[in-house]
Design a binder for this molecule. Structure first.
Ligand code: DOR
Ligand code: ZN
Length: 416
């Protein structure tokens, strides 16, 4: 029996080839690699129980490997930056051709702080859509210390505004007009709680004395927990989570409903080393900044679990090349062109393609109280498509550099 299992391992090792794994596989097959090495050195002491566990894992990987096509209800992007002007025209088609709806971030310059501005911005987005593409922008309002609760509730009632975004002042790009203290928006939060309007939070403290890699974890204790105590019925989306602390918190608290989290493709694919590989790599810099590998692994577990409190939000955040490649480069990674392929790769590598539909198409609408999209989207397995787009150009020939995966893409969107 033992011999049989060990033979299976040998077969596994040969068919995947430890050294032949590309980077994408390498990252997510860490567990398998460790086990293959353990087997090489310690095969004689492996217990049957371990083998059963490993072989289950192996079976999941093998069956996932054989899936060539995925058909799911068209996904939505629950967190995206579409910008305005020439940048909007250049980036919008990438989101709109794959996603049916998207929660559009309001951190323009000047920010979208009122219902009237949200309506104008929505119409700009609709006017910039390529012909024949159906896409619904779901608008958000940028909260400030002086947000008018009546304007917010009116916008929500009219169906113009879906949610409100809490940027702690100075937390990120164009967040200088954000909220200085949650106490300043008490009446807004009370109103939102009563209306069932979701609050979307950028979950980082801004205290310069807190290490940049700790700001999310500190935010949970200092801001999020007290906030949820004061407003227990308020619907909250903890946006673009990056830490195991956030996963632990959302996994336990989100069970009751009312708390969910978006997870980006880039935080599932890179850890903080990506920013420093052979030199400074500004195109892997975003906020919250990517963390250690153990945090990435926690995010993969959460996203691919199928649990209802996690859903897709790319945080695709384009900046012009010169604003990224600068002495003080902007935070933001533009993932929209390949986002769905990247997510699919993560789910495939985790042996969890069966949970992709929940994460990409079902959990978000369920949290926001919206219907799942009726239209279907097909993802196809491809043979190592080389993702060699270096940049896209706006109409005035300004460059935007998309996220480049370290491994070739293995999925593509077939049709919408
Ligand atoms: O990396 C980021 N970029 N994080 C944010 O929170 C904002 C975004 C942007 O607008 O560029
Ligand atoms: Zn964002």
């Amino acid at each position: 029996m033992l011999k049989h299992h060990l033979l299976a391992w040998e077969q596994f090792e040969r068919s995947w080839g430890c050294s032949g794994l590309n980077n994408g596989h390498e990252a997510s097959l860490n567990l398998a690699r460790v086990d293959v090495c353990t087997y090489n050195q310690l095969s004689s002491v492996l217990r049957y129980a371990d083998l059963a566990f490993h072989l289950n894992f192996l079976a999941a990987l093998m069956s996932a490997k054989s899936i060539k096509k995925l058909t799911i209800p068209q996904p939505d992007d629950w967190h995206v930056h579409l910008r305005d002007g020439a940048m909007l025209a250049a980036v919008l088609p990438y989101t709109a051709r794959h996603f049916a709806r998207a929660i559009v971030m309001p951190n323009l310059q000047p920010p979208v702080t009122t219902t009237a501005r949200a309506e104008v911005y929505r119409d700009q987005i609709l006017a910039a859509l390529p012909e024949g593409i159906k896409f619904s922008p779901l608008m958000t309002i940028y909260l400030t210390d002086t947000t008018d609760p009546h304007d917010l509730s009116r916008g929500h009632e009219l169906g113009i505004v879906t949610a409100a975004k809490l940027y702690p002042a100075h937390a990120t790009t164009n967040a200088e007009h954000g909220v200085r203290d949650v106490k300043n928006i008490q009446s807004v939060l009370e109103k939102m709680q009563r209306m069932g309007m979701p609050l979307l939070v950028h979950g980082e403290v801004t205290d310069p004395d807190v290490d940049v890699f700790d700001r999310e974890a500190v935010f949970i204790d200092k801001i999020l927990k007290p906030l949820r105590k004061d407003y227990p019925e308020l619907k909250i989306v903890f946006e673009h989570i990056t830490t195991s602390e956030a996963v632990d918190y959302v996994s336990s608290e989100g069970k009751k409903g009312g708390l969910a989290a978006t997870i980006t493709a880039h935080h599932l694919l890179i850890n903080r080393n990506a920013m420093f590989k052979g030199g400074i790599r500004p195109h892997y810099y975003c906020l919250p900044v990517a963390k250690r590998e153990r945090h990435r692994q926690a995010l993969i577990m959460a996203a691919t679990s199928g649990a209802k409190m996690y859903f897709l939000g790319t945080d695709s955040a384009p900046h012009f090349r010169q604003a990224k490649e600068s002495a003080c480069g902007c935070a933001g990674i533009f993932t929209a062109p390949s986002a769905l392929a990247l997510y699919a790769q993560v789910f495939e590598d985790a042996g969890s393609l069966s949970n992709f539909e929940a994460f990409a198409s079902r959990n978000g609408p369920s949290f926001y109280g919206l219907p799942v999209n009726e239209k279907l989207l097909e993802l196809m397995k491809i043979d190592h498509l080389k993702d060699d787009i270096n940049s896209i150009l706006t109409e005035n020939r300004q460059e935007i550099v998309p996220y480049r995966n370290s491994a070739p893409l293995r999925w593509c969107v077939a049709e919408v």
